[in-house]
Design a protein around this ligand. Structure first.
Ligand SMILES: Cc1ncc(COP(=O)(O)O)c(C=O)c1O
Length: 394
């Protein structure tokens, strides 16, 4: 079977020791072997999120993708309270739609996709409305924008509101300080920057907030967060049959990051992003958002206007390279290049060489469109102009 280089925000290429971890013994999830495995995973998750006072927090692991963790939080912790979702992209809006299903008092404060959150407007909204809970995405994967947990967490704190963060595509790559950012519940998944296989997600939360769920109406059964909490608290287990071997893999992937150190791992990922961005700029490509606002996880690149994104994607695919195609209002306008998972600087060079030849192949086909722009690459001249402003997309 063909091997691919996954330049995506996840799932990613998996390190050998994580692959090998799935070959460990067959164990029963109702025996002490699994309890021990889960305890180890939980402790590592708390360390990953920089929690110093571990006795105040718990982490539960759910067999399901990142959405399972988000839905578990949003269906379990809100009750009849007012929840505000702050969004500037696809994944913020998904949080809104999940919350709407479970919580009648859900509001959305929507900012344009690809634009920064307007902290002043969030402050104004929270000051002038009854907001009990604020929820947002940390790394808005649809644009690559890093949203500030510190700023929004501080607003929630100042107004006595609970703060929930979707860290699905940031945990493992970015440095997250749950305590400092006042996060009550945070979600993430195994298959993105943590660089394990898809299939597990987790919720890390304050113990006293987990305890409070007990008194709230039960809106779901399988994703009932309180049930996950009681099972781990009382027996170091999960309510239903977990994907046992994925826990081995997650444990090893977490160990890989923690052995390196969260900050050093972040610095390595950033260095990869820098190398990719430098190389892509050299090819005349331009980026959707300002470099200073980007996460270290991925780069969203404008597709030159003479290039059909599907052909472009296919040509890279034929070279065993996978990139993401833009979503929502960015569909057909951008592609996304991730730099997480097992990826060497040699792989990055291979990618940049392949990208150059794919871009050149389009110039050959469309030679009549190539204009000379002096020192600027001809590709830059073709960068697709948005027909509408980004704000109109949403
Ligand atoms: C920020 C964010 N939240 C939630 C999700 C949904 O995760 P999953 O597809 O694992 O359910 C994603 C997936 O890319 C994401 O990037």
């Amino acid at each position: 079977m063909k091997e691919y280089l996954l330049f995506t925000p996840g799932p990613v290429n998996i390190e050998l020791n994580v692959r090998m971890a799935t070959l460990k013994s067959d164990i029963c999830h109702r025996e002490s072997d699994f309890d021990f495995l889960l305890q180890g995973v939980e402790d590592k998750l708390l360390t990953l999120l920089d929690i110093k006072n571990k006795s105040n927090y718990r982490a539960v692991v759910i067999t399901g993708s990142g959405t399972a963790a988000n839905e578990s939080i949003l269906s379990s912790v809100v009750g009849e309270r007012n929840i505000l979702i702050v969004s500037n992209g696809e994944f913020g809006e998904r949080l809104f739609h999940i919350s709407e299903v479970h919580n009648k008092n859900t509001s959305l404060l929507r900012f344009p996709w690809g634009k920064k959150l307007d902290i002043k407007k969030i402050e104004e909204y929270v000051s002038s409305h009854k907001v009990d809970i604020v929820c947002m995405v940390h790394h808005e994967t649809s644009s690559g924008m890093m949203n500030s947990l510190e700023c929004v967490g501080a607003i929630a704190k100042a107004h006595g509101a609970m703060f929930i963060a979707d860290c699905v595509s940031s945990a493992g790559a970015e440095v997250i300080d749950m305590e400092k950012c006042n996060i009550a519940f945070c979600s993430s998944s195994s298959s993105k920057a943590i660089s394990s296989y898809p299939g597990l997600s987790f919720v890390v939360g304050k113990k006293d907030e987990f305890e409070k769920i007990k008194n709230l109406p039960i809106k779901t059964t399988y994703l009932n967060l309180y049930k996950f909490y009681t099972f781990i608290k009382e027996a170091s287990q999960t309510p239903n049959t977990p994907a046992v071997h994925l826990f081995y893999a997650l444990d090893q992937a977490l160990m890989n990051i923690l052995n390196e150190g969260v900050s050093s791992h972040h610095a390595l990922i950033k260095k990869r992003a820098s190398a990719l961005r430098k190389g892509m700029l050299k090819l005349g490509l331009t980026f959707l958002i300002d470099r200073k606002d980007m996460s270290s996880v991925l780069t969203t690149v404008n597709i030159p206007s003479h290039i059909d994104l599907h052909d472009f994607h296919q040509k890279l695919y034929d070279k065993s390279i996978i990139v993401y195609k833009g979503k929502g209002c960015f569909e057909d306008r951008v592609f996304q290049v991730g730099n997480i998972g097992e990826l060497s600087f040699g792989d990055i060079r291979f990618f940049l060489d392949a990208l150059k030849s794919v871009l050149q192949s389009f110039d050959c086909v469309k030679e009549e469109n190539v204009v000379s722009t002096g020192s600027i690459s001809p590709l830059l001249a073709h960068t697709k102009k948005f027909k509408t402003s980004i704000g109109e997309c949403v």
